[in-house]
Design a protein around this ligand. Structure first.
Ligand SMILES: O=c1ccn([C@@H]2O[C@H](COP(=O)(O)OP(=O)(O)O[C@H]3O[C@H](CO)[C@@H](O)[C@H](O)[C@H]3O)[C@@H](O)[C@H]2O)c(=O)[nH]1
Ligand SMILES: [Mn+2]
Length: 753
């Protein structure tokens, strides 16, 4: 076990520790047996290519070889993280010495350390006095009042404002890319409400501190609340505010008497549209102002509304542009050395998160190297069996923890605490020491070079996954990043509740990531010699999502076609070569089920995740691949399709019932349905022929293909239901039924060579 921080006697106690996952050794052994199996499959493919022109299916066979090569190599990439799973544990209590000397005696009483440590501890307490706590600037981004309702946005803002952290050290910035008066109005309301909400949260240790989430979880007065009047008053205040905001948003305009309440509304007197407006900065609460206090007279955090200037002819660079604008604005106002990035739907679910991450950043020995600490993206609207595979439990608990083990956690855009300096371009050097109280010395002793470096833009432009590429660039400047997945989820967001939205989101991600692979930021080149080889591989697990669509499509199309023609593509069941195929298949899936169950999924959720895995790979990733290629040829431009966070009641009900929502006739659905039909045709056609022609010995050579088709047909059952049996609005439209049958029939005519 490696001690995270200074474990040596003379230094301060470490503030966090690092532990490797158990059974790493056993896993490596298991993985090597799978690897041997994969090698045998490759050998079989190469040595059994149908010879000459007389045998049908030579090229189909070579295609299988390519697909399996690709799958195998990709599998190797995915092992880089699985052999390196690492967990971090902060010691929040050690940090809370800052609470004063009284606690000191208590802590020493509990501590198992020997006497000489006493002095260390003492020095430690004083080096961490409250005045030295870093300021934290929290950035919340929103982009559209229709897709991201203002009540959702202010709930995130309120949860961030009520962190257990000295309010004078906390500033919350809302970036509104929608430039919407409605969002601004909601923030005006939140400014008023927070004066009740923040003291209430702190007095009664309310969790979570998003009022909407809190009152949804506690719809009735909890027994353990000492002051019911307070509770009821806050609930009423919240509900009334919510009603006012929602009705104003519905009307789409702000009443005159409300406009008069805040000078900020004057910004909207001239024409302001989403794409075209001056820059708007409104300091809603100035934390330095002695009169800005809550109902109990306690200080409040700073709160700022920002809508950066936008003009139709200027590219605004989507979220990256918004975050960079906030970096600049906040550097003038609060200039907190730590920055937390939040999407507008990701409310803070644990009031102590800031204290926890300080354990990482303030650790005496390792803290100075850390550029950012990333939390996983969790959602609070996941249903029991997670039909759209949105919870990504295995990714969160295993894969990201594995990359984190290389000290190269991915920056995922939300739920990430950054050191301002590293985000702004600073290169790490051995003698770097983080300075937390920056107000006093701002700019005074910095050289021109340092100032220039620090003024560089933060997030990198031109990529729809600005976060991943920015994180990589920071790591290549010598910084480390940690991944931290605490038991109590730190942030909870809204996961897509329709298949279409989920596929579009994955298309944006896979497309953006594939672009990085092709850009100068390709981890193998850009990261060469700068980050560990293991983490270069780990990055590529994600960057290569798009091209993995090709072998997957091949596997979903060619084996059923060959089944129709009775062209065998796999060894006979009685042959020894059958063993590696069977072993790799069983081992992979057993392991995958084990991982899923181990991460808390249900078995059905695992099965659902396999379905969504097939659908994403054959649609989102494929179109992402195509679009990346056309962009390479200069035929299209980068876009950012915002994820819709609202749905109709009808759709919401089906989501709760775990019925997949199709409902539209997109090209992705057509492709998905065509593949489903093709496998159905392959299976029925192949079986019929064998039975009619009584060619039973042929069956033995086709059994793997039959099995594959059965697998795909079973996994596609909800697709057939949506095509033929459902009557609700979420079914697949008849145009898709028609197109998919036609296309699948046409594909069946393709000659196999
Ligand atoms: O022009 C834009 C577009 C988006 N956003 C904000 O960016 C966030 C993420 O957008 P969303 O539509 O919710 O996309 P997701 O797919 O959920 O976002 C994930 O993927 C993005 C990269 O593709 C990351 O930036 C996000 O942090 C990450 O949560 C939201 O708060 C938006 O308001 C902007 O501020 N300006
Ligand atoms: Mn989102």
């Amino acid at each position: 076990m490696d001690k995270g921080g200074g474990g040596h006697g003379e230094e301060a106690l470490p503030l966090f520790e690092t532990k490797e996952a158990r059974f790493r050794g056993a896993y490596k052994l298991f993985a090597s047996t799978v690897f041997v199996g994969i090698c045998f499959i490759w050998v079989y493919r190469v040595t059994h290519i149908p010879a000459g022109a007389e045998e049908q299916g030579r090229w189909a066979w070579i295609g299988m070889l390519m697909a399996e090569l690709w799958f195998g190599l990709y599998w190797i990439l995915t092992q880089s993280v699985r052999v390196n799973v690492t967990y971090r544990y902060p010691f929040k209590d050690r940090l809370s010495y800052i609470r004063g000397k009284k606690k000191l005696g208590l802590e020493i009483g509990n501590s198992r350390h020997f006497l000489p440590k006493f002095y260390t501890l003492f020095a430690y307490v004083f080096s961490r006095s409250e005045e030295k706590l870093p300021g934290v600037d929290i950035f919340v981004c929103t982009a559209d009042p229709k897709m991201e309702p203002p009540t959702l946005v202010i709930n995130t803002v309120l949860s961030a404002m009520s962190y257990n952290y000295p309010p004078e050290k906390l500033s919350v910035y809302l970036s509104d890319d929608g430039g919407s008066e409605l969002t601004f109005y909601a923030l005006v309301e939140a400014t008023r409400f927070c004066k009740h909400w923040i003291p209430f949260c702190k007095k009664f240790s309310v969790e979570p501190r998003s009022p909407a989430a809190y009152f949804a979880q506690h719809s009735n007065l909890p027994d353990d609340i000492p002051s019911p009047q307070d509770w009821l008053a806050n609930k009423r205040l919240y509900e009334e505010m919510e009603k006012r905001i929602d009705s104003t948003v519905e009307k789409g305009m702000i009443p005159k008497e409300v406009r008069d309440q805040h000078k900020g509304f004057s910004e909207w007197i001239s024409k302001v549209t989403k794409q075209d407006h001056q820059s708007i900065v409104q300091i809603m609460i100035d934390g330095r102002d002695k009169n800005a206090v809550d109902v109990d007279g306690g200080p409040l955090p700073t709160l700022v509304y920002v809508a950066r200037e936008k003009r139709p002819q200027w590219p605004h660079n989507f979220k990256a542009g918004a975050v960079n604008a906030l970096i600049r604005v906040s550097s003038e106002i609060s200039d907190g050395p730590l920055i937390l990035n939040l999407d507008c739907d990701m409310y803070a679910n644990n009031a102590d998160t800031v204290q926890e991450i300080l354990c990482f950043f303030m650790d005496e020995r390792k803290g100075n190297q850390i550029a950012f600490v990333q939390f996983p993206q969790n959602y609070d609207n996941i249903t029991k069996n997670d039909i759209y595979g949105a919870s990504c439990s295995v990714v969160n608990k295993i894969e990201l923890a594995g990359i984190g083990g290389y000290d190269a956690a991915l920056y995922c855009g939300t739920g990430c605490f950054h050191r301002r300096e590293s985000l702004c371009g600073k290169v790490y050097s051995e003698d770097y020491k983080g300075k937390w109280d920056r107000d006093s010395e701002k700019n005074s002793d910095r050289t021109v070079n340092e100032l220039e470096a620090a003024s560089k833009i933060g997030l990198i432009y031109g990529c729809p996954v600005e976060d991943i590429v920015t994180g990589l660039a920071i790591q290549c400047r010598g910084w480390k990043s940690l991944y931290y997945n605490p038991d109590r989820k730190a942030f909870l967001g809204v996961a897509p509740t329709t298949l279409d939205v989920s596929l579009v989101q994955h298309k944006r991600w896979s497309e953006g990531m594939f672009q990085i692979f092709f850009s100068k930021y390709c981890p193998f080149l850009y990261g060469h010699g700068k980050i560990k080889f293991g983490s270069q591989m780990a990055y590529c697990i994600y960057l290569l999502w798009a091209p993995i669509s090709l072998p997957t499509l091949y596997y979903a199309i060619v084996p059923p076609l060959c089944l129709l023609r009775r062209i065998p593509l796999f060894p006979e069941v009685t042959s020894l070569w059958f063993l590696p195929f069977a072993y790799v298949f069983l081992a992979r899936n057993t392991c995958s089920i084990g991982e899923s169950l181990g991460c808390g999924d249900t078995l059905k959720a695992w099965w659902n995740s396999q379905r969504i895995w097939v659908i994403r790979r054959t649609t989102s990733y494929f179109f992402a691949f195509i679009d990346t290629m056309t962009r390479k040829l200069g035929l299209s431009q980068v876009a950012f399709a915002i994820t819709d966070k609202v749905v109709t009641e009808d759709v919401a009900r089906r989501y709760e019932e775990e019925v997949i929502e199709f409902g539209s006739s997109t090209i992705m659905f057509t492709l998905m349905a065509t593949l489903a039909m093709l496998n159905l045709f392959g299976l029925t056609g192949g079986i019929k022929k064998t039975v009619l022609d009584l060619e039973f010995q042929a069956v033995s050579r086709l059994i793997v293909q039959v099995f594959l088709a059965v697998l795909l047909v079973t996994i596609n059952i909800p697709v057939y239901q949506a095509l033929f049996f459902r009557n609700d609005k979420g079914r697949l439209p008849s145009s898709v039924v028609f197109k998919s049958i036609l296309l699948a029939s046409l594909v069946c005519l393709i000659p196999i060579i």
